[in-house]
Design a protein around this ligand. Sequence first.
Ligand SMILES: *[C@@H]1O[C@H](CO)[C@@H](O)[C@H](O)[C@H]1NC(C)=O
Ligand SMILES: *[C@@H]1O[C@H](CO)[C@@H](O)[C@H](O)[C@H]1NC(C)=O
Length: 477
Amino acid sequence: MASSSSSSRVSPVRRALLLSSFLFCFLPRHVAAGATGAGGYVTVSTNGFADSSATCDEPAGPVIAPRQRNGTLAVLRLAHRCGPSTASASFAEVQRADQRRVEYIQRRVSGVGSRGAKGALQQLAAGSRSATVPTTMGVGTFQYVVTVSLGTPGVSQTVEVDTGSDVSWVQCKPCSAPACYSQRDQLFDPAKSSTYSAVPCGADACSELRIYEAGCSGSQCGYVVSYGDGSNTTGVYGSDTLALAPGNTVGTFLFGCGHAQAGMFAGIDGLLALGRQSMSLKSQAAGAYGGVFSYCLPSKQSAAGYLTLGGPSSASGFATTGLLTAWAAPTFYMVMLTGISVGGQQVAVPASAFAGGTVVDTGTVITRLPPTAYAALRSAFRGAIAPYGYPSAPANGILDTCYDFSRYGVVTLPTVALTFSGGATLALEAPGILSSGCLAFAPNGGDGDAAILGNVQQRSFAVRFDGSTVGFMPGAC
Ligand SMILES: *[C@@H]1O[C@H](CO)[C@@H](O)[C@H](O)[C@H]1NC(C)=O
Ligand SMILES: *[C@@H]1O[C@H](CO)[C@@H](O)[C@H](O)[C@H]1NC(C)=O
């Protein structure tokens, strides 16, 4: 992007609110292969439909991830906050935040304004008038966080995992409200860390910030990141020891020490950026861990996933597709979606509809498809589920294919599978097909705009990135 210091994310709290009280928490173990010849249906118990927002777990502390090894962190869904301070937001508001992130990504990928983006936002705003505000909706279930230790002595920080941005940051002292919002962990104090140092203005690390550089303060390098929804963070670019696990550190981790944040970031202490540019953690850790990383985003509040820097070293066992780059947005992990099947049947979509590529993003919630592809998916899904006679339910914001499953103990769904260039297929489990009882996909701005693979559809898969491929493996967390 020519002249903006923006990156693609929206205020995490807003996008974190999505759907939680309606989410169908299908568990993989409830999934049984359907009896149809094509193997195109799954039968799931509605026991898994329990309202997870009724719980108010604190985010767990550092959790030993399965297959713990060096470079591995537990990834958790941020738990709901409890008590009178619990924020709530309408479903429509959360969807708008997700939509803003999507449009932002599309603008960056295309290098220009996204066709149809305005229309989509207007449509959403119109739809929101009839949306109700669910009081049980909590903050955070659509955010994925890890807990790291920063500085010496180490201070625990709970940071959001974001493949769609490049500059990591945490809130730093000195910082008082409203410049800093209140967070649940101790505020990081660089003055109390024996290993912290501010990046000097003339340093390479400072000039490498490029669009995120924000002048000199004293002799210290300033940074600013402005996000897609108008929120931002600004402060001093510094370095310190980042401990992923005991004895498992990135010695000189460059990050933004945020002295002023605007917008709502409730629930996180900062952000762990895993984008493709040189300042991201993934790039900084490449020397120690290699450029490979992988994660699994848990479907359930109570489950832990993982983020692994440096592994697995082999893509064996992963269905891989080639990694592409959008020239205007080198931050993003782009792949080429080539086809969709519903109920085991390929849906007819012209290849040109997918030509804008697909961004794999942990920060977008609902997967966005080119309108032609979405229309074909929707039509095939509606047709395939029709014989089961589930009553339809009103559209819910951007989700327009909804059902009332409340009278059913078990429901049967047509499977949905996404195929990528080279044949890699993401065969979605029920939690990747439905949210709020609705088909969990939405159209993007226009055919040829970038599609986005959101975190709902990535859940429970191991997703592995190396310099040339993105790979998927089911059932990993
Ligand atoms: C993990 O890192 C520690 C400290 O750097 C090292 O002693 C240990 O051998 C490493 N373990 C593995 C499995 O690489
Ligand atoms: C951050 O956002 C606030 C609110 O929109 C704005 O007033 C402020 O100027 C922004 N700061 C920077 C550094 O962009």
